[in-house]
Design a binder for this molecule. Structure first.
Ligand code: AMP
Ligand code: ZN
Length: 496
């Protein structure tokens, strides 16, 4: 184990706290996974990449981590009450489980493209109906659940008046909810109080995904799956629970209530929340066109970007802001991230080629200190932007060593080895970056140079109205699986 003092910003206490695992050397971490009813979007990617880096850093520190990230495949309802999966199935005319499989596969592919590590366990809600029914029963037995017409609701009022702290995580005050007049509630729903929430729902006869239970043929409430699956795989109380901050209320608040209601224990000691990905300063939203899919970002096929950006350039862009700060995606920020990523990879190659005669060691302390500071930044609530800035201090120094502006022979062999080891550990183990140039056979710069030349020649032919040549170039490229796209202002290309 690395000797370090890890601190994390705990949403539950709103304090930055020294992290102490329940069992020395072991960590249990649960992260709410995607609802698999449509393509994973970039905001989701930001959250899952952030938790991947947290996971990677905990592993780097030497912890044995059990990382559980679920797949939500039932119970997550839309505002109009329709199950997201069933809506997907209806729209695409597929079986609900075909929808689940299709978008789980898509999600996994995207996680691989971003080079994230697979979780230790990836449980599905539909695979844990028995555990969820058992938990509903425990909640009822403890007096925190009541049945109405085959559905079961969590009694937030009793929970709050028993002093169990409903609203602790999200800062919602139950008294405010309680002060609403009874009249408002009449005929509103079967719930005794608006803040009560369903933990089991009776299904309408035409509803497809439903199971037998002591109360009705129905399906579990969305919040319940995470309570049941985290308990099953990590125990009643575990170390870290994560998700995007849009899940704090009601999802995480209700998860806490369910766990407390079932066994009177707080599920997680530390709650970590990622902040939202924005685009051009505004929330990404499909309805007003302010959105871009990962694929569009990679290909450049979107009015929001002037060109395509590689997955690692996008990942570098994610790393440049702290996971708990909003992250604003703009074309300029992506261009800068692409440059930064390439500079970092180039420095890695330069560093590999450096050797020292080790005549002195006067540079050792300076280099070691920067490495230690970068690690301290990661210990400080996984501060990737600060750690990155330290790596760029090293990049400047590595380039100076190469150019002879600083004398590499003043670096001991031990310090040079240490530098190589930790520089690489940051790039590849902690940040999980890939050397895309190496992955593409080392010729991507040459390829893009060549393509620029070909596109230029074709552009010249088009300007001269030499359509035969222009089409010949396009068709020949197509045979090579390279697709040319003529945009309004410029021509792009992608390898299919
Ligand atoms: P969902 O599939 O909608 O349940 O979301 C999966 C995860 O992505 C959750 O942790 C969300 O909080 C997170 N998420 C959703 N939208 C964004 C966004 N714009 N930026 C960052 N994370 C997001
Ligand atoms: Zn969850």
């Amino acid at each position: 184990m690395r000797n370090s003092t890890l601190k994390v910003q705990n949403s539950l206490t709103r304090n930055k706290e020294v992290f102490k695992p329940i069992n020395e050397g072991y960590i249990g971490m649960y992260v709410c996974g995607p609802t698999v009813y449509n393509d994973v979007h970039l905001g989701n990617c930001r959250t899952f990449v952030s938790f991947d880096i947290i996971y990677r850093y905990l592993l780097f520190l030497g912890y044995k981590v059990r990382y559980v990230r679920n797949i939500t495949d039932v119970g997550h309802l839309l505002d109009d009450g329709e199950d997201r999966i069933l809506k997907g199935a209806r729209l695409e005319q597929l079986e609900p489980m075909e929808i689940v499989q299709k978008y789980t596969n898509g999600f996994h592919n995207m996680m691989a493209i971003f080079n994230t590590k697979k979780p230790s366990i990836e449980p599905r809600a539909t695979g844990h109906i028995i555990e969820q029914i058992e938990m509903v029963q425990e909640i009822i037995n403890n007096g925190y659940g009541y049945e109405k017409n085959g559905s079961v609701y969590f009694d937030t009022v009793k929970f709050a008046t028993d002093g169990k702290g409903y609203g602790k995580l999200s800062g919602r005050v139950i008294e405010e909810l309680l002060s609403e007049t009874r009249d408002n509630l009449k005929n509103q729903s079967e719930k005794n109080h608006p803040s009560d929430f369903a933990i089991w729902m009776k299904a309408a006869p035409e509803h497809i995904m439903k199971w037998n239970s002591p109360w009705s043929v129905g399906f579990p409430g969305w919040h319940l799956e995470c309570s049941a699956m985290s308990t099953k795989y990590l125990g009643k109380t575990f170390d870290i629970h994560g998700g995007g901050n849009d899940l704090k209320f009601p999802h995480h608040e209700n998860e806490i209530a369910q766990n407390m209601g079932a066994c009177n224990c707080q599920p997680a000691n530390y709650w970590l929340h990622t902040n939202m990905l924005l685009m051009n300063g505004k929330k990404m939203s499909k309805s007003d066109g302010n959105t871009i899919s990962p694929e569009e970002l990679f290909s450049g096929d979107s009015p929001h970007v002037t060109k395509g950006f590689s997955p690692m350039a996008v990942k570098f862009f994610f790393l440049q802001s702290h996971y708990s700060s909003p992250n604003d995606l703009t074309n300029d920020a992506l261009l800068a991230a692409e440059k930064g990523y390439k500079r970092l990879m180039q420095a890695h190659k330069t560093l590999q080629s450096l050797n020292t005669k080790s005549i002195g060691n006067s540079l050792d302390a300076e280099f070691n200190e920067i490495i230690e500071t970068a690690l301290a930044d990661m210990d400080d609530d996984f501060n990737t932007p600060r750690a990155l800035s330290r790596l760029f201090e090293l990049v400047t120094k590595i380039n100076s060593l190469k150019e002879g502006h600083i004398d590499i022979n003043q670096l001991s062999q031990e310090a040079l080895d240490h530098l190589k080891k930790y520089f690489d550990a940051f790039l590849f183990d902690i940040f999980g970056l890939l050397d895309e140039q190496e992955a593409s056979g080392g010729n991507s710069d040459a390829l893009s140079g060549l393509m620029d030349l070909i596109i230029d020649l074709r552009q010249g032919a088009r300007t001269n109205k030499d359509w035969t040549t222009a089409d010949k170039i396009r068709d020949k490229l197509k045979e090579l699986n390279i697709e040319v796209k003529d945009g309004k202002d410029e021509t792009g290309w992608t390898i299919n």
